[in-house]
Design a protein around this ligand. Structure first.
Ligand code: C2E
Ligand code: CA
Ligand code: CA
Length: 759
C-alpha cells in the first residue's frame, strides 16, 4: 500500500511539473493535486490503519484519510470537467464535498462497515463519472483513460466486497496497477493535448502569416530566416517554398546597405525599438521596388531577430512621383513649370541669397504659328525651342516654361546688368538659326524682360512681376528684344492697374465718347465713310489713348461692356445724322475679338439696328487680322451672319501680322485696311511692291482697299496710284467730334448736290 501511495504521489508531482510548464491547463494541476491527496489518503488510511488504538487519534486519522480520499475524488472529477471545458459552481462542489464528508464520518463512526461500503460506492461512482466524462467525444488515449477510471471504480467496489474491512490483497494489488496505469495514461493524455494545442496554434498562426497580404519576414544575423508568401511575392521568390535563402544584402541596394545594417543591428540589441521606414529594395530579377516596412525585435529560436512587416509600395510611390512630376513639370517641353520655377525662385531669393537675374521671355507672334501651321506644329516649335535653350544656355541658368509661349530663365550668380546681358545675348544668339518644324524653317523672335535680385525686387513674386512688366515693354517696342526693368515701369504698371480698375466705372459713368475719322475716295477725295474711335475723358486726367485702355479692357473682359457702349453711341449718332441728312456715309466700328466670345453678339447687334431702323449697310465692322486668326471658330460664323444681313466687314491693320491669303479667302470681308506701317514708307520701292501686291490681291477678291495713316500728299498719291480705293489719315482728316463730322457730311452732301446739278 505504501508503494502504491508513493507511486501515486510521484505521478501527481509529475503532473504538477507539467502544469508549471503550461499553466493554462487547469485540469493538469487538479489531477496532480488529486493524485498527491490520494497518496496521502492511502498512507494515512489503509497503511497506518492500525497504528493507533480506538480513540481520538484513531478517529482523527480516519477523518484525515477520508477527507484526503474524498478531496482527491472531487479534484479528479473537477479535473475531468475542466478537461471537457465544463465547470461546477464552486458553492455546489464545496457543499457536495462537505455533505459527503459529514455523511461518511457519521456513518463510519457509527458503523465502520457501512461507512466503508458507502465510501467505496461514492469513490466508485466518482471514478465512473470521470470515466464517462473523459470518454465522451474522445480519441483512443482518452478512451484508455476512461476505461482505467471504470477499472478504478471496480477496484473501489471490490474493497468491501472482497473483504469485511476492505483490506483484500486483491483490491490493493489491482488498485496499485490500475491507479498507476491511470495516472500514467493521464500524463500521456495531458502531454498529447498540450502538443495538439501547440500544433493548432502553430497552424493557425502559420495560416495567418501565409494568407496575409502583408509581407512578414524574419531576419537573423543578416540572413532571412523566414519569409511568408506575400514577402516572397514582393521580392520575386514565389517559386521557392522555404524562405528565400538570401542574405539581406542581396535585397538592399549597395548605397542603402549601411542604413539597413545599422537598423538591423539596433533592433537585435534593443527589444523596445520599432522603426517605420520606406526605402528602395532589389527584387530577385534585379528590378527596383519601393517598400514601406516596420522593423521590430523578435525572439526567434531563442535568439534575437528582426521582424519585418513589409508592404510593396511601388505603384503608390510611382503614382505620387508622377503627380509630383506633373505638378512641377511642363508636359510638353519637359521643362520645370511655373510652380517649380516659382518655388526655386523663392528659395534663391531668401534674405542674404546671392544676386541673380530673372529673364521673362515671350515668343512674338506665336499664335500665328499655331493658327497657320496647326497646334501640333506650335507644340513642336515650343519643344524645339525648349531643347535648344535648355541644352545651350550658359552654366547656372535654369529654364522653365511658364505657360503657352512664355519662358523663364533664372540666371544664378548674374549679379550685374552686364552678367544678365551675357545671358540675353546667348539666348538671342541661340534663336538666330531657324527651327525646322512641320516641313518649314521657322525663325523665332522673343521679347525678353530682365529683372535683377536684389536690385529690382527682394522676393520671388515681385521679381517675376518686374521681369514680366519689362517683357511687356520689350513687346511694345518693335525690334527691341530685351528690356531691363526700371522703377519707372513699376509706375506704368501701377497706373495701368489703376486704369483697369477705374475703367469699369468710366463705362457706366459715360466717360467714354466717340470721335470720327473720315475716309476719302481715292482720286476724287470725296467723303467715303468714317471710322468711329473711342475716347476716354478721364476726370482730372484728360484724354486717355485707346491704345492704352483697350488692351487693358481686353485683359479684364471689360471690353464687352465697352464694346456695347461704343456700338450704342455709334448707333445713336447714326440715327441722329440719318434724321437730319439725306445720305450718311458708312460708319466703321472697331470690334475686339473678345466681343465674339459671346455667341449672341452678332444677333444682338442686328436686332438693335433693326429697332433703331438703321440700314445695315451703314455699319462696317473692323476686326484685326490676328484677332480673326486667334478666334476663327467663334468669329467666322458671326461675321458671316452680319454679312448675310448686309453689314460690311473690314480687315484692319493688314500687313502687320501674317497677312495670309488663306485667311483673306476665308473671311467674309468687304474691305482691306492696309496698316500705317505699309503706307508711311511710301513711295520707297520695297513699300511700293508690298502695297501693290496687297492691292492686286484685294482687287482679285473684289475688296475696297483703304490706305491707313496717310500723312503726306506723296503717300496719298502713291497709294492712289498703286490701287488703294480709299484714303484715311491725318493729312485728310484727324479723328474729330461728332458735330465736326456732321459738318463734313453736310458739306459732302452739298458738294454732291452741286456736282449733280453741274451735270
Ligand atoms: P486702329 O483701328 O488702327 O485705328 C486707327 C488709329 O490710327 C487711331 O488711333 C487713329 O487716330 C490713328 N491714325 C489715323 N490716321 C493717322 C495718321 O495719319 N497718322 C497717325 N500717326 N495715326 C493715325 P487711336 O484712335 O488712338 O486708336 C488706336 C487703336 O485703338 C485703334 O487702332 C483701334 O485698334 C483701337 N480702338 C479705337 N477705338 C476702338 C473701339 O471703339 N473699339 C475697339 N475695340 N478698339 C478701338
Ligand atoms: Ca480700326
Ligand atoms: Ca488700323
Amino acid at each position: 500500500m505504501f508503494v502504491s501511495a508513493s507511486l501515486n504521489s510521484m505521478l501527481g508531482a509529475a503532473l504538477l511539473v507539467l502544469w508549471r510548464w503550461d499553466r493554462e491547463h487547469v485540469h493538469v494541476r487538479l489531477w496532480g493535486v488529486s493524485w498527491m491527496l490520494l497518496g496521502l489518503g492511502l498512507i494515512v488510511g489503509p497503511t497506518f490503519q492500525d497504528a493507533f488504538p480506538p480513540g481520538l487519534l484513531h478517529d482523527l486519522q480516519a477523518l484525515v484519510a477520508v477527507t484526503a480520499l474524498m478531496a482527491s475524488l472531487f479534484l479528479q472529477l473537477s479535473g475531468a470537467l475542466h478537461y471537457r471545458d465544463k465547470k461546477l459552481p464552486p458553492v455546489l462542489s464545496w457543499t457536495a464535498f462537505a455533505i459527503v464528508l459529514v455523511v461518511l464520518s457519521v456513518l463510519g463512526a457509527r458503523d465502520f462497515r457501512i461507512g466503508l461500503i458507502v465510501g467505496a460506492v461514492v469513490l466508485a461512482a466518482g471514478s465512473f463519472a470521470c470515466g464517462v466524462l473523459i470518454w465522451q467525444g474522445g480519441e483512443r488515449i482518452e478512451h484508455i483513460v476512461a476505461l482505467f477510471f471504470v477499472a478504478s471504480a471496480l477496484v473501489h467496489l471490490s474493497g468491501p466486497v472482497l473483504d469485511e474491512r476492505g483490506r483484500s490483497p486483491i483490491t490493493y494489488t489491482a488498485g496499485l496497477y490500475v491507479q498507476t496505469l491511470l495516472s500514467l495514461a493521464q500524463i500521456l493524455m495531458c502531454v498529447r493535448r498540450a502538443r495538439k494545442e501547440v500544433r493548432r496554434h502553430y497552424e493557425r498562426f502559420m495560416g495567418l502569416a501565409d494568407q496575409s497580404l502583408q509581407g512578414l519576414a524574419v531576419a537573423q544575423r543578416g540572413k532571412v530566416v523566414y519569409a511568408n508568401p506575400a514577402v516572397r511575392a514582393i521580392f520575386g521568390y514565389e517559386d521557392r517554398t522555404g524562405a528565400p535563402q538570401s542574405t539581406l544584402a542581396d535585397l538592399v541596394p549597395a548605397h542603402l546597405w549601411g542604413e539597413a545594417e545599422e537598423r538591423h543591428h539596433q533592433v537585435l540589441v534593443n527589444p523596445d525599438l520599432r522603426f517605420e521606414w520606406e526605402a528602395v529594395r532589389v527584387r530577385r530579377d534585379g528590378r527596383e521596388i519601393h517598400i514601406r516596412a516596420q522593423s521590430s525585435h523578435l525572439e526567434w529560436d531563442g535568439e534575437p531577430a528582426e521582424l519585418l512587416l513589409v508592404i510593396d509600395d511601388t505603384s503608390r510611390h510611382r503614382a505620387v512621383e508622377a503627380l509630383r512630376r506633373q505638378a512641377l513639370h511642363d508636359e510638353l517641353t519637359d521643362l520645370p513649370n511655373r510652380n517649380h520655377a516659382f518655388s526655386r525662385l523663392q528659395l534663391l531669393t531668401e534674405p542674404g541669397s546671392r544676386p541673380l537675374a530673372v529673364l521673362s521671355a515671350d515668343l512674338d507672334r506665336f499664335q500665328l504659328v499655331n493658327e497657320s501651321l496647326g497646334h501640333e506644329a506650335g507644340d513642336a516649335l515650343l519643344h524645339a525651342i525648349a531643347r535648344r535653350l535648355d541644352q545651350r544656355l550658359p552654366e547656372g541658368c535654369m529654364l522653365a516654361r511658364l505657360g503657352e509661349d512664355q519662358f523663364l530663365v533664372i540666371a544664378e550668380g548674374a549679379a550685374s546688368p552686364q552678367d544678365a546681358r551675357v545671358v540675353v545675348d546667348a539666348m538671342t544668339a541661340l534663336l538666330e538659326a531657324p527651327f525646322a518644324v512641320a516641313d518649314a524653317e521657322l525663325f523665332v523672335h522673343m521679347s525678353i524682360g530682365v529683372a535683377l535680385f536684389p536690385h529690382d525686387a527682394r522676393n520671388a513674386a515681385a521679381l517675376l512681376r518686374c521681369a514680366e512688366s519689362a517683357m511687356h515693354r520689350a513687346k511694345h517696342h518693335a525690334g527691341v528684344s530685351a528690356v531691363f526693368f526700371d522703377r519707372a515701369m513699376d509706375g506704368v504698371t501701377r497706373a495701368r492697374l489703376e486704369a483697369e480698375q477705374s475703367l469699369g466705372r468710366a463705362i457706366a459713368a459715360g466717360e467714354l465718347l466717340l470721335e470720327y475719322q473720315p475716309k476719302f475716295r481715292a482720286g476724287s477725295r470725296t467723303l467715303a465713310g468714317m471710322e468711329a474711335l473711342v475716347r476716354w475723358e478721364r476726370p482730372g486726367r484728360g484724354r486717355v489713348s485707346p491704345a492704352e485702355f483697350i488692351p487693358a479692357a481686353e485683359r479684364t473682359g471689360q471690353i464687352k461692356a465697352l464694346g456695347e457702349r461704343v456700338l450704342e453711341l455709334a448707333f445713336k449718332q447714326m440715327a441722329q445724322w440719318l434724321a437730319r441728312h439725306d445720305s450718311v456715309p458708312t460708319v466703321a466700328v472697331n470690334v475686339s475679338p473678345v466681343q465674339f466670345d459671346d455667341a449672341g453678339f452678332a444677333e444682338r447687334l442686328l436686332s438693335r439696328m433693326h429697332a433703331l431702323r438703321l440700314p445695315r449697310e451703314l455699319l462696317e465692322i473692323e476686326i484685326t487680322e490676328s484677332a480673326a486668326i486667334g478666334q476663327m471658330s467663334r468669329v467666322l460664323p458671326q461675321l458671316q451672319l452680319l454679312r448675310d444681313h448686309g453689314v460690311l466687314c473690314a480687315l484692319d491693320d493688314f500687313g502687320t501680322g501674317q497677312s495670309s491669303l488663306t485667311l483673306l479667302r476665308q473671311l467674309p470681308i468687304t474691305t482691306l485696311k492696309l496698316d500705317r506701317s505699309m503706307i508711311v514708307p511710301l513711295p520707297a520701292a520695297d513699300a511700293v511692291a508690298i502695297v501693290q501686291a496687297s492691292c492686286t490681291l484685294g482687287h482679285s477678291l473684289g475688296l475696297e482697299i483703304v490706305a491707313e495713316g496717310v500723312e503726306t500728299e506723296e503717300q496719298a498719291a502713291a497709294a492712289e496710284r498703286l490701287g488703294c480705293t480709299q484714303l484715311q489719315g491725318f493729312m485728310l482728316g484727324r479723328p474729330m467730334p461728332g458735330e465736326a463730322m456732321e459738318a463734313l457730311i453736310a458739306h459732302a452732301q452739298a458738294c454732291g448736290a452741286e456736282r449733280r446739278a453741274a451735270l
